[in-house]
Design a protein around this ligand. Structure first.
Ligand SMILES: [Zn+2]
Length: 437
């Protein structure tokens, strides 16, 4: 599908254009979930088969569609708060193993894709009608692939280079995150909270896209990118004030992200707290820099150098950006709620506190069941990233939204999320673009 005119303008000028487009109604979040049909296909080579095919056959439906919390469907339903999930494309839940007429060596993922799709066509399975997303799972032993998973960004194709007998959500969920348009999430070390002097260093550990594993879900910028923080869930801050945030994940209403202009970039603030099966080990207010409105390509802003094992290790207290005249200070944080002051246009944070309309609620706890109430006067402009036709971050300009016709492939180092951090920036450098016929 080609991008609409609105989509093309948005690509050229950033997210602000889309905010003047279709604003979601309050009922948006309660609408029926988007359901994408995913087709896992077990693939073997002329010279390599699964070592334990029965175990792989048993684990595949479990990984993708199982009732447990760490299946693809459970995870996507939970992290999108019921707005998005995946369903089996075929009654049997997966296809295969099918033997491709190619050798495993050389890791020719393009050929694996071409031959797998040809076999599916023979079997009468049509992309776009019978399935939206194709996930090819193959034995790793002879492929020489240096990654555990690969994906189109965005798109509907994933490759799983399977070691052992089950691919697991940390790999498959990460790759499906790429399909949603998410890059790897990095870390900007900005010691002392000064945003004008930051160094890039490693992954964020706050999302499955940044080495955090599935138990961290996705971060606020990614949820905005996916269109899952629409309505009052995202507050676009256009005036200095004190704002109340509820936890990013979990059921209920309230503001989950602050979205602030930082020159041509955006600054997204979230509050993380254990909710459901997510964030058991993440606590506190976190900040992300979004380059030029590309919400899928954000980096966490890390202001400390302390022990990264603590739940609140990367939580911010203050941020200052003298160039863009923005200051942020956390007033309180904990117990499922945080209060954050934002000063724009060079105004002082202490003046924000003195503003009567913003200090009517001295304690964040006092806002009780309506945590967004204090910010309601600001909540008129929300960020909408395009719903079913997401803005893409690839910049070629042609046929960007067509599933799979243009892709960046991002390798994930063998071993899943933890290894992503170990591989460090090298993984990001290996990003490459290719055009498939
Ligand atoms: Zn990746």
């Amino acid at each position: 599908m080609k991008l609409s005119a609105l989509g093309r303008i948005a690509l050229a000028t950033g997210i602000a254009v889309l905010t003047t487009g279709v604003l979601p109604s309050p009922a948006h979040a309660a609408a029926a979930p988007v359901k994408k049909k995913i087709l896992p296909v077990l693939v073997e080579f002329s010279d390599a088969s699964f070592q334990y095919p029965d175990k792989v056959k048993a684990s595949t439906p479990d990984t993708y569609f199982g009732a447990k919390k760490d299946s693809v469907t459970s995870f996507l339903s939970e992290v999108s708060r019921g707005q998005y999930t995946m369903v089996p494309a075929v009654k049997e839940q997966f296809v295969g193993p099918i033997k491709l007429p190619m050798k495993a060596g050389g890791c020719d993922h393009g050929q694996i894709n071409t031959l797998t799709r040809a076999e599916l066509t023979k079997r009468g399975l049509v992309e776009g009608k019978d399935y939206d997303s194709l996930s090819m799972v193959f034995p790793a032993q002879k492929t020489e692939c240096f990654w555990a998973g690969l994906a189109t960004v965005p798109g509907g194709t994933t490759w799983i280079n399977l070691y052992g007998t089950a691919s697991g959500l940390d790999v498959v969920g990460h790759e499906l995150g790429h399909n949603l348009g998410f890059a790897h999430q990095g870390r900007l070390v900005c010691t002392g909270g000064k945003l004008t002097a930051c160094k890039s260093d490693g992954g964020s550990a706050k999302t499955i896209m940044g080495g955090g594993g599935w138990v961290s879900g996705f971060s606020a910028p990614e949820l905005i990118r996916a269109g899952w923080l629409s309505g009052s869930a995202t507050l676009k801050v256009t005036k200095s004030g004190a704002y109340t945030l509820r936890s990013l994940h979990g059921v209920g209403s309230g503001t989950r992200a602050l979205d602030i202009a930082l020159g041509k970039d955006r600054l997204v603030i979230e509050y993380r707290h254990a909710a459901g099966s997510l964030d058991a080990k993440i606590e506190g207010v976190h900040a992300y820099r979004v380059p030029k409105g590309a919400y899928g390509s954000s980096s966490i802003i890390d202001t400390t150098v302390k022990n990264k094992e603590a739940a609140d290790a990367d939580a911010i207290k203050t941020l200052t950006d003298k160039t863009n005249k923005v200051s942020v200070a956390v007033v309180s944080s904990g117990g499922g709620q945080a209060r954050v002051k934002v000063a724009l246009n060079g105004e002082s944070l202490s003046a924000v506190e003195a503003t009567p309309t913003k200090t009517a609620t001295p304690s964040p706890k006092a806002t009780g069941a309506s945590p967004s109430a204090s910010a309601s006067t600001e909540a008129k402009v929300e960020v909408e990233t395009g719903g079913s036709e997401p803005v893409t971050e690839t910049s070629s300009g042609t046929d960007l939204a067509a599933t799979g016709t243009l892709s960046s492939t991002l390798p994930l180092a063998a071993g899943g999320g933890a290894a992503l951090l170990a591989a460090g920036a090298g993984v990001l450098v290996l990003r490459r673009r290719r055009k498939r016929a």
